[in-house]
Design a protein. Structure first.
Length: 558
């Protein structure tokens, strides 16, 4: 049967299936280190591992490669679980931990020593670094490389017993100090760390290095295809060497290009710097490239999955335009977002011929793309709020909003004509006075008045004061890490968050849920923030109705 639309990973898997390898079993895993929150790059790895296994009727484990007690925390463990669930995936069985295998990994280490394939090195960290050489200069053997097996075994057991201080000695694999691959030059596979571990407590004071624990954990779990991002390609020879020397289940590592998105950072170390130095307000700051940040900003999980899908599975790293992600997010939100009216820079509109003290409920369609979304009531009275930019005293020719002696339709309501206005001492408009046509109600218009413009509004009597947090890109450069001579912080966008605490909204916003996507008409897509309180609703800008970044930056450059 002809197979089409396969990526290179699927070609490998289908070849294995054709050959009956592993009895036709497909088992992948997602193995995060619990030392930070997941970001957009992890989303790609999650998507590839879970979707690939699903396509071939396989399974996917969630395993935390928790080999460094200094940087890891249960907070990160729980956040990672939440992010994977939010993306719509369910791992096989219970979540697993490399630390669950510490005893088995220790036995593997002793086996390598017994085979004279590992030795305890008492050199200092600086001496070991010097022995490693450089990419252009071979390494040199440690004076402890030929330490007798029994002596290394004894020292390794005493390391475990806690007899030695941190950094006083390590266990190194005996591979090849002249290898072109620096990672194969007798890598350290165990080190002493007198530190409490989030999962094992104080049981251990020696911990395996990531490169030692990773492949063996895959093997212990019977992982058939270990799918990981391209930065691990140089780790594969050691991965294979350890499996071969220990004669354990032959998991196969396959690398794919990582997800690099313009204006985003996918480095937990640098994301941590942004958090610790208060450039952002936590890991879930809506400007962050973390999944929790994007969720708080209002991105839909389906949009992230679709983005991962349309960008494909590549063999070479590239920088994906953020506009593609934004386009997908807009399309998905447009189909589900409830339409509401919010005035961001309000001035008063007074309808002089509308009865004083009277109000009426008008019907507002929740989503014109989805009839089943229904409607909600919207109050209308004599005094309204409109946008300051929707009235001009002396407008240009093609200005179709409100101006003296000009008509405009109020969205979902009536046609009005401006007659006069008031200003403050500085000349700023404070009020616009107009008259309305009672027979021009939307859906019932028999006025015969022709208008070219429609503006949104909010009833002043029932309006709600809201805080808007308008987010932009966190960096001014599409590749902030791509400059060897500059720190990425130099490209931090100081205007990436603009807070508007003077907006007026229709009272419907008091009833919306925390996860309900909203479209503020003519403004953008928003979502309620967790900082909201009953007396002060807060809404985050998810994304504008159109791409304003390119237009804004083009104007700056002119």
């Amino acid at each position: 049967m002809e197979r089409e639309n396969r990526n290179f990973i699927e070609e490998i898997i289908e070849k294995d299936l054709d050959e009956g390898k592993h009895g036709g079993r497909i088992h992948t895993r997602f193995p995060p280190e619990p030392n930070g929150y997941l970001h957009i790059g992890h989303a790609k790895a999650i998507f590839i591992n879970f979707e690939t296994a699903k396509k071939y009727g396989g399974k996917t484990n969630l395993r935390f490669d928790d080999t460094n007690p200094i940087t890891e925390d249960t907070e990160y463990v729980e956040s990672i679980k939440n992010d994977i669930r939010w993306l719509g995936y369910k791992w096989e069985g219970e979540a697993l931990f490399a630390s669950d295998y510490f005893e088995q990994l220790y036995d593997y280490a002793e086996e390598l020593i017994s085979k004279s394939l590992a030795y305890v090195d008492s050199s200092s960290p600086e001496e070991i670094a010097e022995m490693k050489g450089t990419p252009t200069r071979p390494g040199t053997n440690s004076p402890f490389r030929e330490r007798p097996v029994e002596e290394s075994l004894d020292l390794f057991r005493r390391m475990r017993a806690g007899e030695f201080e941190d950094g006083s000695m390590v266990l190194r694999a005996k591979v090849d100090m002249s290898s072109n691959n620096m990672l194969m030059r007798d890598p350290v596979i165990y080190r002493i760390k007198h530190a409490s571990h989030h999962n094992t407590g104080d049981k251990w004071c020696i911990y395996p290095m990531y490169d030692f624990a990773h492949g063996q954990s895959d093997s212990i779990e019977g992982i058939t295809h270990s799918l990981c991002s391209l930065e691990f390609i140089h780790h594969r020879p050691l991965y294979n060497w350890l499996i071969e020397k220990l004669e354990i289940f032959p998991s196969r590592q396959i690398e794919f290009a990582r997800m690099n998105v313009a204006y985003m950072i996918t480095s937990k170390r640098r994301l941590l710097k942004l958090v610790e130095e208060n450039y952002v307000n936590g890991w879930d700051d809506p400007r962050m490239s973390t999944l929790s940040g994007m969720r708080r900003r209002g991105f839909l999980s389906k949009s992230i999955r679709r983005f991962c899908d349309v960008t494909g599975v590549a063999k070479r790293d590239n920088l994906i335009e953020m506009e593609l992600l934004e386009s997908i997010v807009r399309d998905d939100l447009n189909a589900v977002a409830t339409r509401v009216m919010v005035v961001t820079d309000p001035i008063k509109l007074i309808i002089s011929n509308y009865p004083e003290g009277h109000s009426e409920n008008l019907t507002s369609v929740n989503n014109p793309e989805d009839e089943s979304a229904g409607t909600h009531d919207m109050s209308f009275s004599r005094e309204l709020w409109i946008e300051r930019g929707d009235f001009m005293i002396d407008p240009p020719k093609k200005y179709f909003r409100l101006a003296p002696e000009k008509h405009v339709r109020l969205k979902g309501a009536y046609i009005v004509k401006a007659e006069s206005y008031k200003t403050d001492e500085e000349g700023n408009i404070t009020e616009v006075h107009c008259v309305y046509a009672p027979d021009s109600k939307s859906g019932e218009d028999i006025s015969g008045i022709k208008v070219k413009g429609t503006i949104h509004w909010v009833d002043a009597r029932s309006s709600v004061a809201v805080e808007l947090r308008n987010y932009d890109r966190l960096f001014t450069d599409p590749n902030p890490l791509g400059h060897e001579d500059k720190d990425f912080i130099e490209f931090y966008n100081k205007e990436s968050l603009i807070v508007n605490d003077g907006a007026k909204a229709e009272k419907y916003l008091l009833t919306v849920g925390d996860t309900e996507p909203l479209q503020f008409m003519r403004k953008g897509y928003y979502i309620k923030d967790k900082d909201s309180s009953p007396g002060c609703p807060v809404f985050n800008l998810t994304i504008g109705l159109r791409d304003s970044w390119a237009k804004k930056n083009k104007a700056k450059s002119q």
